[in-house]
Design a protein around this ligand. Structure first.
Ligand SMILES: Nc1ncnc2c1ncn2[C@@H]1O[C@H](COP(=O)(O)OP(=O)(O)OP(=O)(O)O)[C@@H](O)[C@H]1O
Ligand SMILES: [Mg+2]
Length: 377
C-alpha cells in the first residue's frame, strides 16, 4: 500500500505528478512554435516554474529545438545573469560538452569557463567568470552571436525575470531588448511573480520590452480538476478521501497550488485508509502549530500597526476598502493615513497582495493562523 508521495513540493517531477495546465501548456508551446516570446505572470507559488518545466518536458524530444532554463532570482547584476546563461548553455560537463566548450570558447572569448570537481558529488562542475578586461555587453553580444549560429530553434526561459530591475546597471532592459530583437532563431519565456512590475515592463509604452511578447496570466488550477487529481492519487494507493475532506482542502488552501500540494503531501503521509474532514482539520492545525515560530517572528519584524492590519485582513478573508471608516473602526486601526502607511509597507514586504481588487494576506497558511478563531469555528 505504501507508495512514494505523489504530491511534489520541490521542482517538477514529471507529467504524472503535474495537475492539469493543459491549456496553458498549449498556449506556451503554440507561442514558441509560432516564434513568439511569451511572458508568464502569476502570484508566487502558483506554478510558473512548474509550467515551464512541464512545457520543456513536452518539447524535450524535439530535435530541432534547444531548450535553456535560467532562474535569475539569485543574480545581483548583469554579469551574474550572463554567467548563469553561459553555464546553462554549456550544460553539465561531459565528454561531448568538453568538445562543445572548445567551440563555444572560440566564439565567446570574453568568458572564462573553469572546470572543477564538486567536492560533495565528485562530479565535474563548470564555473564561468567574465574576463576582467571585458564588458557585460561584449559577453552578451558574443553569447547571442553564438546562439545565432546554431541551426536550431532556441528557447530560453528566464525565470524570475523581474530580478533584472534590481540590478545596479541602468540599461539592462534596453540592452537585452536590443539583442532579443536581432535573434531570429531564438524565443524567450519571461516568467515572474511581481505582476505590476512585469506587466509594466512589457506593456508600458516607451519601455524597451513594449509589446515584445504575448502575456499569459497564470490563474489557479480549476477546483474540480484539482479535486479529481487529489482523489485519483489516494485511490491509486487503495485509499479514499471523503468529499467533505476535499472541500476542506479547497477551503483551507484557496486552491493555491503550493498550499494544496503541501497539505495533500501531509495527508498522503498519514497511515489512514480513509481521509475524513476531521483528518484534514487535524493536520491543518498541526501545520499551523509547526509554523508558529515563523509566524511569531513575523510579529517581531512588523510594527504593531502592520500586524494588526494583517490580522484584520486575514479575519475578513480579504478587504476591498482598507481605509473605509467601517473597517478601521471594526478593527481599531487608527487613522486612514496610518492604515495607508501600514498597507504600503506590507505591500513592499510582499506580506499582502491584491487579488482582483481584494487585498489579501499573501501567505495562505499564515492567513489561516491569523484568523484561526474564524477559520476553525
Ligand atoms: N500543475 C501542478 N500540479 C502539481 N503541482 C504543481 C503544479 N504546478 C506547480 N506545482 C508545485 O507547486 C509548487 C509551487 O510551484 P512553482 O514553484 O512552479 O511556482 P512558482 O509560481 O514558480 O513559484 P515562485 O513564484 O515562488 O517561483 C511546487 O512545489 C510545484 O512542484
Ligand atoms: Mg518559480
Amino acid at each position: 500500500m505504501k507508495t512514494e508521495n505523489p504530491f511534489i513540493l520541490s521542482v517538477y517531477a514529471g507529467p504524472q505528478y503535474f495537475c492539469d495546465r493543459k491549456n496553458e501548456t498549449e498556449t506556451v508551446i503554440s507561442a514558441l512554435r509560432n516564434r513568439r516570446n511569451i511572458s508568464l505572470i502569476s502570484y508566487r507559488r502558483l506554478g510558473k516554474s512548474g509550467l515551464i518545466k512541464h512545457v520543456f518536458h513536452q518539447l524535450q524530444n524535439e530535435k530541432s529545438m534547444k531548450l535553456f532554463y535560467v532562474d535569475i532570482l539569485d543574480t545581483e547584476n548583469l554579469p551574474g545573469l550572463i554567467s548563469l546563461l553561459a553555464k546553462e548553455i554549456i550544460g553539465k560537463v561531459d565528454h561531448s560538452t568538453l568538445r562543445f566548450l572548445k567551440k563555444f570558447g572560440q566564439v565567446v572569448k570574453s568568458l572564462r569557463p573553469k572546470i572543477s570537481i564538486d567536492p560533495m558529488t565528485g562530479q565535474p562542475e563548470i564555473e564561468i567568470s567574465l574576463q576582467s578586461d571585458t564588458t557585460p555587453e561584449t559577453s552578451l553580444t558574443e553569447i547571442f552571436s553564438y546562439l545565432k549560429k546554431q541551426d536550431k530553434h532556441i528557447v530560453i526561459a528566464f525565470d524570475e525575470f523581474q530580478q533584472i530591475t534590481e540590478y545596479p546597471e541602468q540599461n539592462v532592459e534596453a540592452l537585452l531588448r536590443k539583442h532579443i530583437q536581432q535573434l531570429t532563431n531564438t524565443n524567450f519565456i519571461f516568467s515572474g511573480s511581481k505582476k505590476h512590475l512585469l506587466i509594466s515592463m512589457f506593456s508600458d509604452y516607451g519601455k524597451p520590452f513594449y509589446q515584445s511578447s504575448q502575456l499569459l496570466n497564470l490563474e489557479k488550477i480549476d477546483t474540480t480538476t484539482y479535486m479529481e487529481f487529489i482523489s485519483g492519487w489516494f485511490e491509486k494507493s487503495y485509499r479514499t478521501i471523503d468529499p467533505a475532506a476535499l472541500e476542506l482542502i479547497v477551503k483551507y488552501t484557496q486552491v493555491h497550488t503550493f498550499y494544496v500540494q503541501y497539505l495533500c503531501n501531509r495527508l498522503y503521509g498519514l497511515p489512514f485508509k480513509t481521509i475524513t474532514a476531521e483528518t484534514v482539520t487535524g493536520i491543518m492545525l498541526k501545520i499551523l502549530e509547526e509554523n508558529e515560530p515563523v509566524y511569531h517572528n513575523y510579529k517581531v519584524l512588523l510594527t504593531g500597526n502592520q500586524f494588526r492590519m494583517m490580522e484584520a485582513i486575514a479575519q475578513e478573508g480579504g478587504v476591498l476598502k482598507p481605509t473605509s471608516k467601517e473597517f478601521i473602526s471594526k478593527y481599531n486601526l487608527g487613522t486612514p493615513s496610518s492604515v495607508g502607511t501600514a498597507m504600503n509597507a506590507l505591500f513592499k514586504k510582499e506580506m499582502i497582495f491584491k487579488d482582483e481588487n481584494l487585498i489579501k494576506v499573501y501567505d495562505i497558511f499564515f492567513s489561516l493562523w491569523l484568523a484561526r478563531r474564524n477559520s476553525f469555528s
